[in-house]
Write a protein that binds this ligand. Structure first.
Ligand code: ADP
Length: 465
């Protein structure tokens, strides 16, 4: 039995631990041993502290007369240790993320490339046309998948590098959602379509039909959210639409899919971060979609957030303040996807790659225009000088021999009013500016989007990006 226990009230010992200490002290007294303990304590002015006590028996003439302790305040040392451990863990986590990033990128780039290379090597003359078509379809799909990756890498870099200009326009929400709905269906594919219930839910209480913002960016943001909804919902419901409060509009994309655990809800908006980054991951993707959405939300001046529970699905919201608009006087946008009528017009396509020429020819011949092909800059000048009646020249920029800039300069000298449009794989903003500086009347980037091309042909004054 220990007499004189006043030391226990010294504030050095956490009240809950006193019985444990008493047991230890009794043992030290009986066995005449010493021991070291770590403890937490509270200083009157400095607050919570850490300490170490070295405790041992006090002896007089071979008899134990009490306990003595050497006590040291170890708060600073403990804090230093904690900082070191955190730094080490952070370094290990960064290292793990770097390896995961490399493994994901390698997998995501190699898989479609293997298909493109593998199937294009398989095709040969002796094959029946159905098999060839099936293989080209696979090659095309995988090419598109690669293109998406490349585009998203450029996209996030340019969004982060500088604030892009906004091209605000008034447009119909029903129109935008009908395009988004169709893309969602084609993303899901006909074979899996019956696994989903897809419902568009516009705001029924108010008559909101038009908004004013950068349509392309908003479509990109919502399209990423819709694709994710389908990607992370093996089967079930995907509802999407909007609601309004005054002139503010909140879009939502709701799915009944795998959901997102609470501790992961912030990191998925970071670049290259995914919830499941293991080798056994079921879905493709490199973890840039939501990072792009976050940047676009910032640029559009809106707020993006989510509610989700693991296993129960997710809802992503995007609020755009003050975007609700009046109906525009003439709604040109609605017809911008229509096929332009170009009967009686002649179009010259300047393109060294035959496959690119054939693609453009197929698209443009649907408008009724007559089409000619020049395989390089020199040929285009020869053809224009023989036939000054071309109403439009679609000029590739990089070609062997004379490039598109030089050819355009000469054509413009001969026929200053002839429309020359650059069609090029140099798709950065600076390339577009370069094209305008070099006298082009418009610019369209490869791979050429059908709708952008028709809209460009339909509205001669409008440059299309
Ligand atoms: P990616 O889909 O290419 O991996 P994202 O940036 O679009 O990249 O998404 C990051 C991660 O967030 C995904 O890997 C996935 O784990 C998670 N995620 C995104 N949307 C959803 C959703 N609707 N349901 C469940 N998880 C989602």
């Amino acid at each position: 039995e220990i007499e004189n226990k006043h030391f226990l009230r010294s504030g050095l010992f956490t009240a809950g631990k006193i019985p444990e200490y008493l047991k230890l002290f009794a043992k030290l007294l009986v066995k005449k041993e010493s021991s070291t303990i770590d403890f937490d304590w509270k200083h009157k002015t400095l607050g919570n502290r850490s300490g170490t006590a070295h405790i041992g028996p006090m002896m007089k003439h071979g008899k134990v007369t009490g306990l003595q302790a050497y006590i040291k305040d170890t708060t600073q040392q403990k804090e230093f240790e904690k900082t070191l451990i955190e730094a080490k863990e952070k370094a290990e986590e960064n290292d793990r993320l770097k390896s995961t990033f490399l493994a994901t990128m390698s997998h995501e780039l190699r898989t479609p490339l293997n298909a493109v290379i593998g199937f294009s090597e398989l095709i040969d003359r002796g094959m029946d046309i159905d098999s060839i078509l099936e293989m080209t379809q696979i090659i095309n799909e995988n090419g598109q998948r690669l293109l998406k990756i490349i585009e998203s890498i450029f996209e996030i870099s340019s969004l982060e590098a500088k604030k892009p200009e906004l091209k605000k326009e008034v447009f119909s929400l029903d129109d935008m959602f009908s395009i988004l709905g169709n893309s969602l269906k084609s993303y899901i594919g006909r074979d899996k379509r019956d696994r989903y219930s897809l419902v568009y839910m516009p705001d029924n209480e108010t008559e909101v039909k038009y908004i004013k913002t950068d349509r392309y960016k908003l479509e990109q943001l919502l399209s990423n959210l819709l694709t994710n909804a389908a990607k992370y919902t093996p089967e079930g419901e995907i509802n999407y639409g909007y609601s309004t409060t005054g002139r503010d509009i909140t879009f939502f994309v709701k799915d009944s899919g795998i959901g997102i655990p609470e501790d992961k809800q912030a990191i998925i908006f970071e670049k290259f971060r995914q919830i499941d980054d293991s080798y056994t991951r079921k879905q493709d993707g490199i973890g840039l979609g939501l990072a792009i959405c976050k940047e676009i939300a910032k640029i559009l001046g809106g707020e993006l957030w989510l509610e989700s529970e693991k296993g129960k699905g997710s809802v992503f919201y995007f609020t755009l303040p003050g975007a609700v608009a009046e109906r525009p006087e003439s709604n040109k946008n609605d017809k911008s996807y229509a096929l332009p009528g170009m009967n009686g017009n002649s179009v010259l396509i300047v393109e060294d790659e035959e496959s690119n020429y054939l693609y453009l020819k197929t698209l443009i011949s649907k408008t009724g225009a007559h089409i000619s092909w020049a395989k390089n800059g020199e040929e285009s000048i020869e053809m224009v000088s023989k036939n000054p009646g071309f109403s439009l020249v679609l000029m590739d920029i990089r070609m062997p021999g004379m490039d598109g800039y030089e050819a355009t300069r000469i054509i413009k000298e001969m026929h200053p009013t002839m429309r020359v449009i650059a069609q090029t794989a140099y798709a950065m903003k600076a390339d577009r500016e370069e094209a305008y500086k070099n006298g082009f009347d418009g610019y369209i980037s490869k791979p050429i989007d059908k709708r952008s091309l028709y809209s460009l042909l339909d509205e001669p004054e409008k440059p299309v990006i």
